[in-house]
Design a protein around this ligand. Structure first.
Ligand SMILES: CC(C)(COP(=O)(O)OP(=O)(O)OC[C@H]1O[C@@H](n2cnc3c(N)ncnc32)[C@H](O)[C@@H]1OP(=O)(O)O)[C@@H](O)C(=O)NCCC(=O)NCCS
Length: 196
């Protein structure tokens, strides 16, 4: 479909009104919410209201994308927010709302696609994210893409009577493109290896 930017397995495309009911399901899934929301999430708008919001957003597109699988099934969302034109920086949030897709490479692939947008057409210099210390799958995925551990908000999260750290991770444009080049060289070597 037009409008999808493809990675190795995942794609990203603008969110659209017909994503509303799946998006509502993702946003109200407690398993996803546990990994995503620092504060208790407020009331989630119903699918109709979400569809209306997505339609409004489509009139003035925002830097947020639907993540799709190879068959263009809508599986998650990735967005840049708190964009500072002055500092050329942004925050990033990602979630795959279909747990069956976790740990299969779709998230890292979508992250690379969005970072290409951020550091390419959007001309940003830095992207930052926050992740809960117990979310090892997410941390691993961010490390794979090239995010660096920058700091710790110690015991910032209270869950079921326990305090957990929130990790601050970031990546700069030169770091990302250096990582991309490494990946390309590695892929070329593997390709040569296969041909031999
Ligand atoms: C975070 C998220 C986007 C990552 O995407 P993903 O497609 O699951 O991640 P990937 O498969 O690309 O990479 C995950 C890596 O963690 C590893 N992993 C999986 N489960 C793990 C676990 N329980 N502990 C440690 N590592 C784990 C995988 O093996 C993989 O590493 P590898 O490629 O070196 O083997 C996705 O899991 C998600 O949306 N989770 C729910 C919401 C969420 O946590 N959002 C992020 C909030 S900060």
């Amino acid at each position: 479909m037009a409008g999808v930017i493809w990675g190795e397995k995942a794609g990203i495309r603008p969110l659209r009104p017909r994503d509303a009911s799946a998006l509502h399901r993702f946003m109200t899934d407690p398993e996803v919410g546990h990994l995503l929301y620092e504060e208790k999430s407020g009331p989630v708008p119903g699918p109709l209201l979400l569809a209306f919001t997505l339609w409004l957003n489509s009139l003035a597109p925002r830097p947020e994308w639907a993540i799709v699988d190879e068959k263009e099934r809508f599986i998650g969302v990735v967005r840049l927010w708190r964009i500072s034109e002055r500092n050329r920086s942004a925050m990033l949030t990602i979630f795959i709302g279909e747990p069956a897709y976790w740990g299969r490479g779709y998230g890292s692939d979508a992250l690379r696609l969005v970072l290409r947008e951020a550091f390419g057409p959007m001309d940003l210099h830095r992207v930052e994210l926050h992740v809960f210390e117990f979310n090892q799958r997410a941390i691993r995925s961010y490390e794979k893409v090239g995010f660096v551990h920058e700091g710790v908000r110690r015991q910032a999260l209270l869950r079921n009577g326990h305090y957990y750290d929130i990790l601050v991770m970031g990546i700069t444009r030169p770091e990302f493109f250096a990582r991309e080049q490494e990946r390309q060289s590695a892929a070329r070597e593997t390709g040569v290896g296969r041909r031999l």
